[in-house]
Design a protein around this ligand. Structure first.
Ligand SMILES: NC(=O)c1ccc[n+]([C@@H]2O[C@H](COP(=O)([O-])OP(=O)(O)OC[C@H]3O[C@@H](n4cnc5c(N)ncnc54)[C@H](OP(=O)(O)O)[C@@H]3O)[C@@H](O)[C@H]2O)c1
Length: 341
């Protein structure tokens, strides 16, 4: 075991695009080896990166408190128990939880959001990608909030990403016609060929609003929006009467220096009787096993595909977060620190 705990602390709250300059490298002593009853010492093996982490840097009320200046950046991850005072999490066990941007952390079963055991045989990367929170988000956001019906036209933005690609494929499995919006030819081809969506729109190269209209002449029945901004406006403009919009995220605005004006066409919600609803996956975590069982079945049957973008190196952690906001990530953004022992 190395003697130092390497960490990335929040140096300052970013205004505009988040970058490595907003974090500060630090080394501290590994947390106290004399563990209290119920505690475990966890070595971080792999970190997951989520666009919502940008929101945790802002000092505003949200579904989680902001990360404090000078504290390790909050992040989900998979780690291995290296010391244990807890019979449920023995030494050597692989666990998942908020491990933060640091090599070692203390897990405490008495605390809320305590680390949980990885299901038997699930490696760290899969626990954070296809069996991770983005898939649970996709499952409940689409099926519980969006409620697609067979034969409906479903539009998905951010469709080549971790959440969007699972949404698009579940909608196909439920018998819908699926249009995916993504940035660049490579991502669009993957959606068509591997995710088997019916049509794609490369928003970086095509007129989004016009292409939605051409591809959905009778209107969109269900729009699963990960992007917000102009993408949301273009979707609203093309919704069918009595359609639904699921607001999952708004990544186009996460790094804006000041809030953009809202969609100019919200009145369409009235005239077309559209229901628009946001949701946060945290509200569904108690039902996660429902989603994971269904997703596990589709994975075993080869009915769902996914991609992982695995960066490496402790020094690259802050720069890896930025990949989500310029679309460099190809699939679920991860960073590997170590292999299990
Ligand atoms: N509500 C919830 O509980 C919940 C939970 C998880 C995630 N989310 C939301 O779901 C969305 C996707 O998250 P994810 O973790 O699955 O990430 P992801 O889609 O794997 O990665 C982010 C993608 O967003 C796209 N993007 C970035 N900036 C953009 C911009 N300015 N305009 C359009 N597209 C942009 C990029 O794809 P392109 O290359 O195609 O542009 C990028 O690859 C985010 O909005 C996130 O906040 C919500």
């Amino acid at each position: 075991m190395s003697q130092l705990n390497r960490q990335w602390l929040l140096r300052e709250r970013p205004v505009g695009m988040v970058g490595p300059e907003h974090f500060e490298y630090a080394e501290s002593a590994i947390p106290e080896p004399d563990l209290a009853a119920g505690q475990v010492l966890i070595k971080t093996l792999m970190l997951g990166f989520d666009p919502t982490m940008r929101g945790w840097l802002v000092d505003e009320p949200s579904y989680l408190p902001p990360v404090a200046i000078g504290k390790p950046m909050r992040a989900s991850g998979v780690g291995q128990v290296v010391q244990s005072s807890n019979s449920q999490l023995p030494t050597g066990a692989l666990v998942q939880g908020m491990l933060n941007w640091q090599e070692y952390s203390i897990g405490d079963l008495a605390r809320r959001a305590a680390p949980v055991l990885l299901p038997q045989g699930v490696p760290p990367n899969l626990a954070l990608s296809i069996f991770g929170n983005t898939s649970i988000t996709a499952y409940f956001g689409l099926l519980d909030v969006g409620r697609p019906k067979r034969g409906e036209t479903v539009l998905v933005s951010g469709a080549a990403g971790a959440t969007g690609s699972v949404v698009a494929q579940i909608a196909k499995l439920k018998g819908c016609r699926v249009i995916g919006i993504a940035g660049g030819q490579e991502k669009c081809q993957w959606l068509l060929q591997s995710c088997k969506v019916d049509a794609v729109i490369d928003y970086k190269d095509e007129n989004l609003e016009q292409r939605i209209r051409e591809l959905c002449p009778k209107g969109v029945d269900l729009f699963f929006d990960n992007v917000g901004g102009h993408t949301l406006e273009a979707g609203i403009e093309n919704m069918a009467d009595f359609s639904r919009i699921v607001l999952c995220g708004s990544i186009a605005g996460y790094n804006d220096e000041k809030p953009q004006p809202g969609p100019h066409n919200l009145m369409r919600l009235v005239t077309r009787r559209i229901r628009m609803q946001g949701f946060v996956v945290i509200d569904y975590l108690a039902r996660a096993s429902e989603a994971l069982e269904a997703i596990g079945g589709w994975v075993s049957a080869g009915e769902i595909v996914w991609r992982e973008d695995i960066q490496e190196g402790f020094e690259n952690i802050p720069a890896t977060l930025q990949r989500l906001f310029d679309g460099r990530n190809v699939g679920k953004q991860l960073l590997k620190l170590a292999d299990p022992e």
